[in-house]
Design a protein around this ligand. Structure first.
Ligand code: GAF
Length: 382
């Protein structure tokens, strides 16, 4: 859920760019992942939640083309889908918008003419899924303009394809699905094979603490795509459809597997087990167990999947030391920078945040950005 100021900014941008009032306004949140990293594209399990930051889209039917104003960049786009919708240069925000609209056109859910104004408040490059929230928000706005009663899981799948085909990242379904289907005060245990989503209550006295490491994620799609390929090769080695189907013992005992492939596979199969165990621990309010699982997850990302960086390892160490057995901390998201998530008792937040400000010195030389929230709602009309 985006902030009120972002909603106001979107309305103003709409009035400036197109005049008058929109027909509808929708929002879709960014996300943070409690546990289950790089498991989604292995058909495995993830446990993310929506944050209180998102993307807002104000939309109106009309005209013969699609006109878009991106308030955050002061830039525009306009196109028709009489011909194939082309992608924009790599890294351009237009790819996310064009991508999801192209997918909706393929699904025959898109009006020929419309105006969209967009603004967001998910920090970019932080690994909090600003792009998924943009895709889902635009997709929902366009589907609603078309009068389509689109299923939210289907919308998330289209948004994932937009990211794969237009933005060039071979991402899994987690970010788009949690943005579309999250529930307030709950994390979502997602089975990324069946796409079943099970809400898991986050204890009322717990807070979600997100700390930006000060390491921007930047151009990391190639490293992400490489991990995905390594997982697919390992699945091929075990002759299974996806690493979700491999057993930890099988990974350990395979004789003709090189060290790198074994470590990549070990991360995924053990992370799936940890994610299922973490959902139980969360539901039971067993914060010590959850904290241990989060610590093990971080170690596995550092040693086996090799997606952390030294500054993040240090930040996680500080958080774990301060939180003790009352919660946990780990890197969250695709890796190579971005944010760390901690779950801890609300009453401990101020002391832990003070310790982070005192002891952690981000490599960008700025004070660490710390955000505290509770799990927010998924995408919807405002
Ligand atoms: C990124 C991807 F977009 C997700 O699909 C997921 O794989 C995540 O990295 C790692 O868990 O956010």
């Amino acid at each position: 859920m985006a902030e009120q100021a972002t909603i106001e900014r979107t309305k103003q941008a709409f009035a400036q760019a197109f005049g008058g009032e929109p027909d509808l306004i929708v929002q879709a949140p960014g996300r943070v992942n409690l546990i289950g990293e790089h498991t989604d594209y292995n058909d495995g399990f993830v446990l993310p939640l929506a944050i209180d930051r998102g993307t807002v889209v104000a939309a109106r039917l009309g005209g013969s083309e699609i006109r878009v104003r991106a308030a955050d960049f002061g830039e525009d786009d306009r196109f028709t889908f009489a011909e194939r919708i082309e992608d924009a240069p790599p890294g351009d925000w237009r790819n996310y918008v064009r991508g999801i609209i192209a997918m909706l056109v393929e699904d025959e859910i898109a009006p020929q003419g419309m105006q969209l104004a967009i603004a967001g408040d998910v920090p970019q490059g932080a690994g909090l899924s600003s792009s998924a929230s943009l895709e889902v928000a635009v997709g929902l706005a366009v589907a609603k303009l078309a009068g389509a009663d689109v299923d939210m899981t289907r919308l998330a799948q289209l948004a994932q394809r937009a990211e794969n085909e237009f933005a060039g990242c071979a991402c899994g379904i987690m970010d788009q699905l949690v943005s579309a289907r999250a529930e307030p005060d709950k994390a979502l245990l997602i089975d990324c094979r069946s796409l079943d989503c099970k809400p898991v209550p986050v204890p009322a006295d717990a807070a979600v603490l997100i700390v930006h490491s000060g390491v921007e994620r930047g151009l990391v799609d190639s490293a992400y795509n490489e991990r995905r390929q390594q997982c697919e090769q390992a699945a091929g080695h075990f002759k299974v459809a996806a690493l979700r189907d491999a057993e930890p013992a099988q990974v350990e005992s395979a004789e003709d597997l090189d060290d790198l492939a074994r470590r990549r596979a070990r991360h995924v199969v053990t992370e799936n087990e940890r994610t299922l165990a973490a959902a139980h621990a969360l539901a039971d309010n067993d914060m010590a167990r959850l904290g241990q699982l989060m610590a093990d997850s971080h170690d596995s990302m550092r040693d086996d999947f090799e997606i952390t960086v030294p500054a993040i390892d240090e930040l996680v160490g500080i958080l774990q030391r301060e939180i003790g057995e009352k919660g946990g901390a780990r890197m969250t998201g695709g890796g190579f920078g971005g944010c760390v998530i901690a779950l801890l008792p609300t009453e401990r937040v101020d002391a832990v945040a003070a310790a982070v400000r005192r002891d952690y010195h981000p490599p960008n030389g700025k004070p660490p950005l710390i955000h505290v929230c509770r799990p927010a709602a998924g995408a919807g009309a405002l």
